[in-house]
Design a protein around this ligand. Structure first.
Ligand code: NAD
Length: 438
């Protein structure tokens, strides 16, 4: 059992804190947003993530899990201090490190004994080294002569499955620069030794690169099949059959080969841009990643254009799904939200919107345009619509009753941007069907 502090209680920090406590450690989670901390202290999860609230209740009951806004208390508690704050995109495309820097400064300000600072945020290569220098300089300025280590432990969890992923990872990557750091981190992740999870121990630089390279590769795979799908639409081929047959090749695998309106979320868009930016800085350009970024922007625009082109006079659009993927309330860089934004910017369109979990976040992001209608069910959304658009593949949208739906819409037209349905099965539905790549 170890004493752990987690700085930042977002999608990564909260799930990590819950996991560490579940594994038997004593955990303090710190955040700068008091409302978040108050909710967490009461056992209310501020984000929607399946399974998180149960773990939160268990963690609080075990008394091994605490939440605080008190930096001093948090820094003094942990022998290991995990940084899980945001690293959003800066205006120039690089990773904005201001939250990571302030977390490290706080650690230096309040530490009174050895600390192992472990970065879990996704950060550019060389960050651990730079943070080590930053902390050393700050400690020196404060007249403190204290030992510390900085390690990198990138996180690979997926939103919507974060609890499962954290407790059952494909691999654990430890970027360490000292034996002590390696020993402490190996001890923490000992919980996985019985299940034989691969633990990759490497330098912090390599660990940081593993995270970016993994995300950029997945973004590339999605973008590749999206462009194949666009071409399929033009030449009369079926991208779903192409992807399925490609996926049978063990070297390719069927995962991440689903044509759609482009990738979104809080990671792929900013991580591809940050990696490309690092490539430019070091004169080792990542031209593949650079074109993936451009192609993905185009993919999102194409999805909106398809709808607009079908309705030159405008119309009422029922938009189903706003989160960037199912099982999350996260709308950051969501293609669905971008499509909504494009349609809402055209006064000839009325956009009726519904998402099972992301309504509050979407309302905040899109504001209150006069042509936006917020709905609370599929039935309410489709009423009087000229087209139904499935923008996010929530399971709720995978068993629509088209017979009933046809009586509710004004015109039976379906844009199934995620290929939830098959073109062939839709032939008798009475709906004009538009999938992606079919
Ligand atoms: N979201 C994911 O699926 C995912 C997966 C893997 C890695 N990551 C990476 O993990 C990092 C965190 O991502 P996220 O999605 O959890 O971010 P998030 O925005 O959901 O959460 C960040 C949290 O940090 C808090 N914070 C900021 N500065 C702080 C400070 N000085 N002290 C205490 N708290 C502070 C914020 O209030 C917020 O609650 C990012 O670098 C991201 O790229 C995210």
């Amino acid at each position: 059992m170890q004493k752990i502090t987690v700085i930042g209680t977002g999608y990564v920090g909260l799930i990590a804190g819950l996991g560490f406590a579940k594994w038997g450690n004593e955990v303090v989670c710190l955040d700068v947003v008091p409302e978040k901390i108050e909710k967490l202290q009461q056992g209310i999860c501020p984000i929607y993530e399946p399974g998180a609230e149960v773990q939160l209740t268990d963690g609080l009951a075990s008394r091994r899990l605490r939440f605080t806004c008190d930096v001093k208390e948090a820094v003094e508690h942990g022998d290991l201090i995990f940084i899980a704050v945001g690293t959003p995109e800066a205006p120039d495309g690089s990773a904005d490190m201001k939250y990571v820097h302030s977390a490290v400064d706080e650690i230096a300000d309040y530490m009174q004994s050895y600390k192992l600072v472990v970065d879990k945020s996704t950060v550019p290569v060389g960050t651990a080294r730079a943070l080590r220098q930053r902390m050393a300089d700050r400690l020196k300025a404060l007249g403190k002569d204290l030992p510390f280590d900085v390690a990198s432990n990138p996180e690979f969890l997926r939103e919507g499955r974060a609890v499962g992923d954290f407790n059952n990872p494909d691999r654990i990557v430890l970027g360490v620069a000292s034996e002590k750091a390696e020993k402490m981190l190996r001890e923490l992740y000992k919980v996985f030794s019985r299940s034989n999870k691969p633990v990759v121990v490497t330098t912090p630089e390599t660990a940081e690169m593993i995270k970016y390279a993994s995300n950029a590769f997945l973004a590339t795979k999605i973008t590749f099949i999206n462009e194949i799908a666009n071409l399929c639409e033009q030449v009369g081929a079926n991208a779903l059959e192409v992807a399925a047959a490609m996926g049978k090749d063990g070297r390719i695998s069927p995962k991440f080969l689903h044509p759609g309106p482009g990738y979104g979320g809080s990671c792929f868009p900013k991580d591809t841009k940050a990696l490309a930016d690092t490539g430019v800085k070091y004169n080792a350009p990542l031209t593949v990643v650079e074109s993936v970024i451009r192609a993905n922007e185009r993919q999102k625009e194409l999805a909106a254009q398809k709808i607009v082109a079908r309705f030159p006079e405008g119309g009422t659009i029922a938009l189903l799904g706003l989160s960037f993927k199912p099982e999350t309330d996260d709308i950051r860089e969501s293609p669905a939200v971008e499509i909504a934004r494009t349609l809402l910017s055209d006064p000839r369109f009325t956009v009726r919107m519904y998402d099972p979990k992301a309504m509050a976040n979407a309302k905040r992001a899109l504001g209150e345009p006069a042509n936006a209608v917020w709905c609370s069910s599929v039935q309410e959304t489709v009423r009087g619509a000229d087209a139904v658009v499935i923008a996010t593949e929530w399971s709720e949208f995978s068993s629509l009753n088209f017979e009933t739906l046809r009586t509710m819409v004004r015109r039976p037209i379906l844009f199934d941007l995620r290929n939830v349905y098959r073109k062939e099965e839709m032939a008798d539905s009475g709906f004009e069907y538009h999938g992606t790549g079919v």
